[in-house]
Each structure stands twice: as C-alpha cells, then as structure tokens.
Design a protein around this ligand. Sequence first.
Ligand code: 4AD
Ligand code: MG
Length: 436
Amino acid sequence: MIKRIHDIKNDITVDSIVCIRGWVHRIRKQKEKSFIIIRDDRGDVIQAVCPSNLAKNLTIESSVEVKGRLVKDPRAIEGGYEIKVNNLMVYNIANIDYPIGEYQSDEILLDFRHLTLRTRKMINVGKLRSSFLRYAREWFQKENWMEVTPPLLVKGAVEGGSTLFEVKYFDETAYLSQSSQLYLESMIYSLGPVWSISNSFRAEKSRTVRHLAEFSHLEAEIPWIDLSDLITIQENLIYSLVKNLIELNRREIEFLNKDVLGKLKSISTPFEKIKYEKAIDRLRSLDCKVRDEEGYERAIEWGDDLNIESERELTKNATNPIFVTEYPVGIKPFYVKQNPSDENTGLAVDLLAPFGYGEIAGGGIREDDLTKLSNKIKNSDLKIDSYSWYLDLRKYGSVPHGGFGLGVERFLRWILNFEDIKDVVLFPRTMSRILP
Ligand code: 4AD
Ligand code: MG
C-alpha cells in the first residue's frame, strides 16, 4: 500500500516493506549505491538507498515511486530510518535545469514561485495558512456564526476610491471588492452573525512590506452589539487562533522562526484598549513626528492618521496586541458610526500587533442612521447610485451593528515576525508582480 512519509514515521515497523510516491529532493550518487532524499506531497522527507543502476537517470525533482524495506540506520539523515529500495518507478525525469537551488535571490524565488512552493519554507507557510483557516472556521462554528460567500465583483468602493481595481463587466464598469463588509451587513438581518474569508483587492500604489494588492480577508458582522462587545469578540478570536497555532503548529512555527514561540506563549487576554486621543498624547510625549503635505516634519497631533512609525511606537514594548478606539471621523470611512458622546469621533477600532507589526484588524460600529449615512456618502467622492441598496438597510429595520476585518497575511507576518508580507502568501500580488 502506498503511504505518506508522515504515517511511516509515526508508526515505524522496522523491516516492513513500504511504498511511497514523491520527488527527488536531493540525490548523491556513488558507484554502487545512490542516496536519495525523497519528498512526498505533504513535504515530508525520508532517505532512500538505491542501487545506482536504478538511479542513474534521476535528477532533482524527478517524480518517482519507490518500494523497499524500512531499516533503522542512525546515519540516515532526516530521522534515522531509510528505505532500502528494490523497486523504483519513474513518473517523470525532471529537466536538469531546475531553477531553485539552496542559495537563490529573493527575486528568483518569486519569479519561480510555482516551484518555490516545494521549498521547506513555503511548505511550512502553506501548512500554517491552512491551519489558520481551520482554527478560524472552528472558532466561528463553535460560537454559532454563519459562514457566507459574498460577491467579489462589485459596483462600489468600501475603503476609498483610490485603491480600486477596475474591471470591464459586460458593458459596465465594475470593481474588485476591497472588503465584503457592506454585503455582510446586508446579511445580518436574516442570517444573524455572519463571517467570511474572501480575497480582497487593493490597488496599493506603494511598495511596502505590509501591503499586498490581493490579500485573504477574514471579515465578520453581527447585529445588536456595541464597541466593547465587538472588541471582546476580536480578542477571543485572536487569542484562540494564537493558542491553537502555538499548540498544534509548533513544528512549522519553529521551522520558520524558532525565536517567536516564547513571545507568543506570553500573550494573554484582556488586551490593552486605548482611545485614539490618549494614543496621540502618548505619541506626543514620545516626540513622534509626522510629515505635513509640504514634506515638513512636525509633531503628531489630533486628527492625524496613525502611520506605521506611530503604530510601532505604541506597540514596541507590548506583549499583547493593542486596540485603538474612537478615531476622528475625518480619517475613517463613511460607514463608521458617529460617537453619540462626541460628534468628532467615530466608533471605529483598529487592532495593532505588538513589536511594531502594525495594524492587523480594523472595524467598528456602523452608522445605522439613514440621514447621517446618506449625507456622508453624498459629501464624499463616492457615487450615491451604487449605494442605494446599502441605504435600504437603514430604511427597513435598521439596527445597531458592527464588525471587523482581519488581514490573514498581516496576522501571519506578525506571528512569524517576518519582515516582508510576501513571505506568508503563496502567490503574492503587488504593484510589480502578477506572475506567476
Ligand atoms: O482596515 P481595512 O481597510 O478595513 C476594512 O476593509 C473593513 N471594511 C473591514 C470590516 O470592517 N469588515 O482592512 C482590514 C484589514 C486591515 O486591518 C489589514 O489587516 C488588512 O485588512 N489589509 C491588508 N492586508 C494586506 N495588504 C493590504 N493592502 C491590506 N489592506 C488591508
Ligand atoms: Mg484599516
């Protein structure tokens, strides 16, 4: 029976005959014997020793099926066991010019991302991403939220017109969705708390280590809540994701960055909450500067958005993520509900990761008043026609509600302490990269 290497290693039966399928990860040919490290389709590896006459044509990444006796040999790399091969079947002899070697520039690895996926780094990233999705789904199921699949071809902006990707939609112009929020909002009236994981698209004109043009977006929306309920939901979800990852994905995390587990283990709830106003006071006391429109440096002040430098200042000594609440209405999108106790601020909340990794989630309570919301849309650069359906939600049985969006790659970049967000996505899309 054909087995996976993981299953063989989990239940070692010395001298049993095993059969595996995989790819030649590495090969060392000697006169009599050849030593092959075989990688299976889950990225696990085992050594196979094979008479050299069987292996003479084999190249790196050739696909094979080997059958032989499992023996213990402390010299065998990757686990102290090896397969003494008596049958080797070749599916395909790989071209000799396999472009991915041990030391390769980042650009080459990105140019050949379809092959880089076979490196152990990307295998571990792929496994972590899959686990993240599983734990998120388990958490929402346990809490009785309904999973939905919103449309991604849309007519309106959610997060501002400047980062929209335009697409030709038959005879009309449409856009790739920046966020599923507006559609999730429409669903809470009949499906209750809803959530989705979809790709969101942003035509980000800047090249930064934390922006992608396409990212995995976990979004949630729920009726009849206030800001503090919404914060608690995010806190519980994030804590449960971190806990599951460090308990159940220790191997992958240690492979990718052995230094992070200690820091992650010390994360605990509740997370700190700080009002935007207090955050600005703190940043001023730390002498934080921003650049004005003419490019001159000045002290940060109320009304400025928090840029990456100020987010870093706020979180550099933190262990836990930090919630920043009640931003000025002017720096948040049209849908944010005005604060009933202070008309200059909105009930928005961003979650900042510790150690300067910046914003990982954004959300808040939505404006549920029809007049205020339609005035906001009219006074912005948005085309009101594309939002009449959205305004209906405030005409027919409007209720207090809120939600949030968590960037999956932002979250994983923080967890792994990776510099570049491109490293936690299998096929990164940026301003300069759409292939492969
Ligand atoms: O803060 P954002 O723009 O908020 C929204 O889209 C809300 N409509 C979500 C909601 O309330 N349902 O995006 C949410 C999160 C950010 O905090 C960030 O983690 C991630 O999405 N994100 C990006 N990740 C990678 N590349 C980009 N260009 C991103 N833009 C946002
Ligand atoms: Mg945001």
